[in-house]
Design a protein around this ligand. Sequence first.
Ligand code: F6P
Length: 373
Amino acid sequence: MAQHIGILTSGGDCPGLNAAIRGLGKAAREQYGMRVTGFLNGFRGIAQDQTVELDGPMLSGILTDGGTILGTSRDKPHRMPIGGKLLDMTEAVVATYHRHHLDALVCLGGGGTQKNALRLVEAGLNVVTLPKTIDNDIAHTDRSFGFDTALQIATEAIDRLHSTATSHERIIVVEVMGHRAGWLALEAGIAGGADVILLPEMPYQADKIAEAIRSRTQSGKRFSIVVVAEGAMSINEAAEVEALVAARGMADSKKQRAELSEKLCKFHDEHVGHTIRLTRKLEKLTGQETRLTILGHLQRGGTPSAADRVFATWLGTECAQVLDARKYGVMLALQGNRIKHVPISEVAGNKRLVPADHPLVHAGRLVGTSFGV
Ligand code: F6P
């Protein structure tokens, strides 16, 4: 009997989601005769049974569109805000799955989605996931779709900031997204020829950054571009986080753990906009006029790059083949130049971060880029 597949997009949107939905939908319907139903707005749509049939016309003309035709949210099945309360909707998700007689559910998302997908696997559902995020930080895959487009946008922004930084002989600080991972900052920084790159994985010292800028000035270069990942931290801030995490690991009561988790959340909330403080500090330390540009959600908007369209289409069509083979509980991952099937249990809860000895960090150093350490 023909299979019935559910599909949802969850977490922050990114370019390439529609290309993946189209690739999966077209191959599943046209090659394998499957029925494909979309759930709206992430896990909320399957908890509340909000659907759209992904038929021929729905899957047509969306390859180049940014965002997601299904809508998305950061809702988790086990802690969903409903009527002012946080409810565990896992049973409702399972009930919707069975009410529609689904054979499998495909979840397109980042690290959070992988964790939520694992919960549904543990609740007995057949789940397959595809890796999407501009952060490129999903474990066991060399790449997630969305990253390439965000990289292009951030690089173009840095290119444009270069000319104004030169004209005014200013320092320009550019904040790029990436959550707790530095891939976007690292690659956009290298592509844009940044003079300083600050990554979450390599806590910085402001005086080292100022030193690098001063030595540029001494050699006659009177402007500097500082690319900062939104999750970058000074060594003092990183030590504070490390101490909180260590204390939480050793806490012997649930109450103590919850208090320490709350402190960590507060730290990260207050860390938003830290680049404003860094910009002021650099101006003071160097005596040079300094400006800040925060690229924000611009990096997630608009049409996907050619590379993201190709990769998302490949993942989507490969997913249809995996579903046809009734292989479940896996994320499709790019490893080398092949798509591999990695158990979701090995992906969930793990992050792919930039190692301090990564070849690209080394390459940056060899062209004279400072990492503020
Ligand atoms: O995970 C993708 C991402 O764009 C991160 O780089 C960023 O920290 C986060 O999402 C922003 O989330 P939101 O769109 O919910 O503000």
